[in-house]
Design a protein around this ligand. Structure first.
Ligand code: TYD
Length: 210
């Protein structure tokens, strides 16, 4: 996994924080700057991801073990069929949710976040950059209700999202960059681009001079 040439950028955060809009916006921006970008997401549109999505709105939520198993199977397929091949071709991947969501969402149901992190990092690539737009859980739930004119689903109830949020807040690592999700989307995107430039462009210039 150390011989990868591409860049893996993961975008994480609680529902309602603007994570998917940010991931799409950053992918568009980098594409227009001439980068070879792939935008992807978890849960995927594959067989396991579809089963998970069906469960989100169902009356009866899957058990923690069933959820953990399906997210891990979905990720295995995603990493093997898309992430590793794309990284080895030098692409910039923007991944909307990854194993940090398993740490946070299944952790909030009682699983051990550190154990989930260790199990994932034993097999799957660690991101080069993890962007987390941060928003208090209460505001996120209001956004879901008001802006999306939607009722929060099984994963979006306030008490649950508060626990999820605490786990995201405790994630550390030199790849982590937190952004203020209260910024408008244009400003938020501007901040993400600055982070990208700081982390990768200078770095690329430096190595090309060696
Ligand atoms: P998401 O794709 O962000 O939702 P949307 O359809 O609104 O764009 O993710 C769907 C849900 O999946 C989200 O509430 C968090 C949950 N999830 C987990 O619980 N564990 C995981 O490992 C992942 C990847 C997602």
């Amino acid at each position: 996994m150390n011989n990868k040439k591409g860049i893996l950028i993961v975008v994480e955060g609680i529902d309602g924080a603007g994570k998917s809009t940010l991931a799409k916006g950053l992918a568009n921006k980098l594409t227009t700057l001439g980068k070879d970008v792939i935008l992807t997401f978890e849960p995927t549109a594959g067989q396991y991801g579809r089963r998970l999505r069906e469960s989100f709105t169902s009356e009866k939520r899957l058990t923690l073990d069933e959820e953990l198993e399906l997210f891990m199977l979905d990720r295995k397929e995603h990493v093997e069929s898309l992430l590793i091949p794309a990284l080895s071709k030098g692409k910039v991947i923007i991944c909307d949710r990854y194993y940090f969501s398993t740490m946070a969402y299944q952790g909030a149901r009682g699983a051990d976040p550190q154990d989930i992190q260790a199990r994932n990092e034993a097999f799957y690539p660690v991101p080069d950059l993890l962007l987390i737009p941060v928003l208090p859980a209460r505001e996120a739930v209001n956004r879901i209700r008001i802006i999306r004119k939607d009722r929060p689903n099984n994963f979006e109830q306030l008490a649950y999202l508060e626990k999820v949020s605490m786990i995201f807040d405790n994630i550390t690592g030199d790849y982590v960059e937190r952004l203020d999700a209260r910024l408008g989307i244009e400003e938020l995107l501007g901040e993400a681009v600055k982070v990208y430039e700081k982390r990768f462009c200078d770095c690329l210039k430096d190595t090309s001079n060696q």
